[in-house]
Ligand binder design. Structure first.
Ligand code: SF4
Length: 201
């Protein structure tokens, strides 16, 4: 195993998972740089250009994650699958860390994960191969047309995949839209960005 492999890293931090199925769990986040999805509502646009961020060895990332003693390690971005994640996941699993991935799914899956959150974006849709790998599907909702997009995406995942609708933070009207939709479509659950409500990372 080559522990000198490097990735461009925007930031690492220890916090609570704010969204989706694992909300509230102690999580160590590794935010990798680089994203070509370019969502207009992106709250991490500074992550898009990987060349603006330092390369960090997986040895160093492992050291940070182990010091945090989290329940889960979340690989996020940016779009993490723009990188080959195999060296990172092999090293972290060799040290018995539980690995979660957050991805828009537009690049081939690399590495091995204990949990995959697929957050598909219409601006660069997922590859067909990612849907059956997803443990949860988390769709950001800005307006009513996004609900149809969410239903289309939900048809592609496994029946056991957890389905979440997440109001887009900068569109307050989207909260009531999502609440009303779930009341009449109960297979969906609400995902809130609780870290933003709490004012934490
Ligand atoms: S996929 Fe994520 S990081 Fe990339 S532009 Fe969209 S919200 Fe931002």
């Amino acid at each position: 195993m080559d522990s000198s492999s490097t990735y461009p890293v925007v930031e690492t931090f220890h916090s609570l998972q704010g969204e989706g199925y694992w909300v509230g769990v102690s999580a160590f986040f590794i935010r990798l740089a680089g994203c070509d999805v370019h969502c207009p509502f992106c709250d991490t646009k500074h992550s898009w250009n990987a060349q603006r961020h330092p390369l960090v060895t997986i040895d160093r990332l492992l050291e940070q994650a182990r010091q945090a003693r989290p329940q889960i390690v979340v690989i996020t971005g940016g779009e993490p699958l723009m990188h080959n994640l195999q060296p990172l996941t092999a090293l972290f699993h060799a040290h018995s860390l539980r690995l979660h991935l957050e991805t828009a799914g537009a690049h081939p899956l690399t590495g091995e994960f204990d949990w995959i959150t697929l957050s598909p974006k219409p601006f660069l849709p997922p590859l067909a191969s990612i849907y059956e790998q997803a443990h949860e599907l988390k769709v950001v909702i800005q307006s009513p047309k996004d609900l149809q997009w969410a239903e289309n995406e939900a048809q592609k995942v496994r029946p056991t995949t957890h389905l979440f609708l997440q109001p887009e933070w900068s569109q307050p009207d989207s909260r009531q839209l999502v609440i009303d939709y779930i009341l009449t479509h109960p297979r969906w659950r609400l995902s809130l960005q609780t870290h933003k409500y709490l004012g934490i990372n």
